[in-house]
Design a binder for this molecule. Structure first.
Ligand SMILES: O=C(O)CCC(=O)C(=O)O
Ligand SMILES: [Fe+2]
Length: 291
């Protein structure tokens, strides 16, 4: 059963709850917390990346906009397939997570990319990230508003405690249905609520939901893992085939290979052609991944 959102908290389901239930809640609220989704992996994942994060400089050297978006006191670490065995063997293709992402994306595609996978560690004193919808990665979809296709969804895993004071992600439940996605005033005047979680829980949300990182008012870092996904017919943020060697790709599961662009995208369900192939041959065959 889907309850009405209590205005102060997002709804929660246990990992393994039927994907239909998750879809109904996301249709209603824009996002839902999945309890314990990565409870078994979170400590081992953290130890895989602790050293790289400790040596990582906060902030981003890009445009002023990007510096603002990325956060001046936030460390963002990518290329996680290379950097974490736990990630590549037990997280990227987690069946329960993917059964939920299937629900959100498979209406418009046969398979999808992992758009990006990054650790987001907000240091003490980081301020609020500006509120946004993740679909703005593909700005043209802003003008389609709520009726546009789902072009991006996110599974944001709490890797540390995730309280309001530590900068839990802030969301505006229901903002995925607002009529005008270009209306900044509506965003600025709405109330946000923190998606508070325990380590290992995940916030799964639509690319249409308005959200942003919270402010870290504590003296401890707030660490999250953002796993974003997009339909196979869009270009993802991370260029995996340039980061992951073929040797490493060959050790990944079929599903993980598909998510990172080592297999072609077939548009059979909706009657389109194949994308991301060579000489019209399935990429996995060209790369001999099934041998
Ligand atoms: O760090 C967070 O809580 C959210 C980050 C986010 O929304 C993003 O980078 O797109
Ligand atoms: Fe975001």
């Amino acid at each position: 059963m889907v309850n009405t959102t209590n205005e102060k908290r997002l709804q929660e389901i246990q990992a393994g709850t039927s994907p239909d239930v998750l879809k109904k809640i996301i249709d209603q609220d824009g996002g839902v917390i999945v309890k314990g989704l990565f409870a078994d992996q979170v400590d081992r994942f953290n130890s895989d990346v602790d050293t790289v994060i400790a040596n990582w400089a906060p902030g981003h050297d890009g445009t002023e906009w990007m510096q603002e978006f990325a956060g001046k006191k936030t460390k963002r670490v990518t290329q996680l397939i290379k950097r974490s065995k736990t990630f590549r063997e037990e997280m990227i293709d987690n069946d329960i997570m993917l059964s939920y992402i299937d629900q959100l994306l498979l209406d418009t595609c046969d398979s999808y990319w992992m758009n990006a996978a990054q650790v987001i560690e907000m240091q003490s004193g980081e301020s609020l990230q500006f509120l946004h919808r993740d679909l703005e990665n593909y700005p043209v979809f802003r003008s389609y508003g709520p009726s546009g296709p789902e072009v991006m969804c996110n599974c944001l895993v709490a890797l540390s405690d995730f309280t309001e004071d530590m900068g839990a992600t802030r969301v505006i439940p229901g903002s995925h249905t607002w009529p005008d996605f270009n209306d900044r005033e509506a965003i600025e005047s709405a109330e946000t609520i923190p998606a508070e979680m325990e380590k290992g829980d995940a916030l799964i949300f639509s690319g249409k939901l308005v959200h942003g990182g919270g402010a870290n008012l504590t003296n401890k870092p707030r660490r999250a893992l953002a796993l974003a996904f997009c339909p196979g017919w869009l270009v993802p943020e991370e260029a995996y085939p340039f980061a992951v060697s073929l040797e490493l790709a060959a050790t990944l599961s079929k599903k993980a290979q598909q998510l990172t662009g080592f297999r072609s995208f077939h548009n059979e369900k909706l009657g389109g052609g194949t994308l991301w192939s060579l000489d019209y041959i399935e990429l996995a065959d060209v790369l001999k991944l099934d041998k």
